[in-house]
Design a protein around this ligand. Structure first.
Ligand SMILES: NC(=O)c1ccc[n+]([C@@H]2O[C@H](COP(=O)([O-])OP(=O)(O)OC[C@H]3O[C@@H](n4cnc5c(N)ncnc54)[C@H](OP(=O)(O)O)[C@@H]3O)[C@@H](O)[C@H]2O)c1
Length: 239
């Protein structure tokens, strides 16, 4: 591990809970400057207050629904305005709605695809020009093993995360010579709100496991890119 994250400027979408919150906390602990966000102002405020008081000048928050291009643009602009630029964009916000194709409403389909795929496109589209101004940066997309393994009731979620595999790979090849690295972190089951319907969770990954892998990815020497990372619980429940 070579790179120091102190002073790096980061945006994390969907960072009031779960994996996004764990990533934001880890970045703050490394001395990075972090903009946190989600769709709800109260949660953004509570999250800011929950972060280490000595780190207050390192963190800022802004409401952002990643389904709305203008809100994602404003989120990234907020980071540029208060911290002077952006070095790390973490496209984490995502939802999972698990139903048969027949039972899934048109709105649920659109919400899944817009949040999990359009939202990532917006984050990259608006962050890349700012990163180029700084001479480079890092984009972390939070994908899923559902991006390589399909399952019944998962069609919308699978479509969004399979799509993200192609998107991340294409983007990685597109911006590598601008010194922008792109990685798709693909966890299996993580114990968060998202997966609360499942039973005892001790076998699952924790959000901090994912955050640790994100930090490792960011800290690698600039010549080295782990662009697609599968991570899974070591001992899932036996079927
Ligand atoms: N948990 C798992 O087992 C698992 C496994 C693999 C991959 N993942 C992926 O990891 C990411 C985070 O999942 P998680 O388990 O941490 O979920 P979570 O605990 O439900 O947290 C999701 C976060 O995203 C925010 N969010 C949801 N929709 C949003 C939107 N349209 N715009 C902005 N923020 C939004 C939520 O806040 P608000 O609702 O207040 O906006 C919350 O802060 C997702 O991309 C998910 O697909 C999760």
């Amino acid at each position: 591990m070579d790179m120091n994250l102190e002073g790096k400027r980061a945006v994390v979408t969907g960072s009031t809970k779960g994996i996004g919150l764990a990533i934001a906390q880890s970045l703050v602990a490394e001395g990075a400057k972090v903009v946190i966000s989600s769709r709800h102002q109260d949660d953004v405020q509570d999250t800011l207050e929950s972060l280490n008081p000595s780190a207050r000048d390192q963190v800022s928050g802004k409401v952002c629904d990643v389904r709305e291009a203008n809100q994602v643009r404003d989120l990234i602009q907020h980071c540029v305005e208060i911290f002077g630029g952006i070095d790390i964009q973490v496209n984490n916000a995502g939802i999972g709605i698990f139903r048969t194709v027949e039972e899934m409403s048109l709105q649920e389909w659109r919400d899944t695809l817009t949040t999990n795929l359009d939202g990532v496109f917006y984050g990259c589209h608006f962050a890349i020009p700012e990163m180029k101004k700084n001479g480079g940066g890092f984009i972390i997309n939070v994908g899923s093993l559902a991006g390589v393994n399909a399952f019944p009731h998962g069609a919308a979620y699978n479509a969004s995360k399979f799509g993200l595999v192609g998107f991340s790979e294409a983007l990685m090849q597109e911006v590598r010579y601008d010194d922008i690295r792109v990685a798709n972190i693909m966890p299996g089951s993580v114990a968060t709100e998202f997966s609360r319907t499942q039973d005892k969770s001790s076998w699952k990954l924790s959000a901090s496991d994912v955050a640790e892998v994100v930090l490792e990815t960011l800290k690698r020497h600039p010549r080295c890119l782990t662009s697609r990372i599968e991570m899974r619980p070591s001992k899932p429940l036996k079927k």
